[in-house]
Design a protein around this ligand. Structure first.
Ligand SMILES: C[S@@+](CC[C@H](N)C(=O)[O-])C[C@H]1O[C@@H](n2cnc3c(N)ncnc32)[C@H](O)[C@@H]1O
Length: 315
């Protein structure tokens, strides 16, 4: 069945939804369904709520449908990336809340054949939607020049040894060497970086390169921008958006978007002047929570989406 996923900042997400009147009949979009940790709690705590869960990973859809079978009448799982939510949500709009919990799930990380983990050997895949058209991480390493790879490692991973790692990858390729597995990439990085540098990193020496490749392969930042832009089209007056992000590149996009909505477009208010962080006791139980940042925005009672569902359109 694969690993469980411990939902991060769940108490804080639920508190915000409660403050926004979720006890009344409301429609929520869980933009990153995963194993349905958020969705399950929303369905359990708010008996009138309907939840529409999106995930670009079909295995997440299949598993969360099974896990939430008891709520089938109020829960719809949709196989879609949130950047393209318009294609599947239009008929159900408008919505009262959107929740994003970005990045990969524990299930994806721990299944070695998905290729996300530097700790388990597997094919260098890293596609959240393996059925989609995107290139695998191995194909990216094979196709791009050392210069392009170095840019990716620096931009998306802030890897200080980006140039050296990229040059070594190119050299390996030229010699006909293989970089098809996560283990091969980890070994290349370990062999390249001097031992004292690796000791000082305070993290796994391949962590940053893996993060960078994952973000590039899945176009995660473009998806986030497109997803937030779509939200605006589907909100009901007074709707709330909650985003939990795990690195500064994502957080910057969320912060900037919410600020623009508040100060330039004047369509609502930022509810979190500072990001909400996990309590030490949550971090103790769940290592992933250490880097989580939650931001939230509420649309004004006057503003609503430009798109309406079929029933609304008919009125
Ligand atoms: C951190 S997990 C969510 C965990 C979930 N909140 C829970 O409690 O079980 C992130 C999920 O979002 C999905 N995901 C990431 N980017 C996505 C995107 N652009 N569109 C749709 N799903 C995405 C991943 O496939 C993964 O299943």
């Amino acid at each position: 069945m694969g690993a469980e996923h411990e939902p991060v900042l769940l108490t804080e997400v639920m508190e915000l939804l409660r403050l926004n009147g979720m006890e009344r009949s409301k429609k929520v979009v869980d933009c990153t369904l995963g194993l349905g940790g958020y969705s399950r709690e929303i369905l359990r705590a708010f008996p009138e709520a309907k939840v529409y869960g999106l995930d670009r990973d079909l295995s997440a859809i299949v598993r969360s449908r099974a896990r939430l079978a008891e709520y089938a009448a109020r829960f719809h799982a949709l196989h879609k990336n949130f950047g393209g939510m318009g294609e599947v949500l239009t008929d159900f709009a408008p919505f009262d809340a959107f929740v994003f919990d970005l990045g990969v799930s524990n299930m994806q990380l721990t299944e070695a054949d998905r290729g996300f983990s530097f700790q388990n050997d597997g094919p260098l895949d890293m596609r959240m939607n393996p059925d989609g058209a995107a290139e695998t991480a191995a194909e990216v390493l094979q196709r791009l020049s050392a210069e392009e790879l170095a840019k990716i490692f620096w931009r998306y991973g802030e890897e200080r040894y980006a140039r050296q790692i990229a040059a070594k990858i190119e050299e390996t390729r030229k010699k006909g060497g293989s970089l098809k597995t996560t283990g091969e990439l980890v070994t290349l990085i370990r062999d390249l970086l001097p031992a004292p540098v690796q000791r000082k990193m305070g993290t796994h020496p391949a962590r940053r390169v893996f993060q960078a490749l994952r973000i590039y392969v899945n176009e995660e930042l473009e998806e986030l921008e497109a997803g937030l832009a779509s939200v605006k089209r589907f909100v009901s007056p007074g709707a709330i958006v909650i985003v939990v992000s795990y690195h500064s590149l994502e957080d910057r996009i969320v912060k900037h978007t919410f600020r623009t909505w508040e100060t330039e477009e004047k369509i609502g208010i930022v509810l979190t002047k500072h990001p909400v962080l996990a309590e030490p006791r949550e971090i103790e139980k769940n290592f992933k929570a250490r880097s989580a940042k939650l931001r939230s925005f509420r649309f004004s009672a006057k503003s609503g989406g430009k798109t309406r569902g079929k029933r609304d359109k008919a009125k």
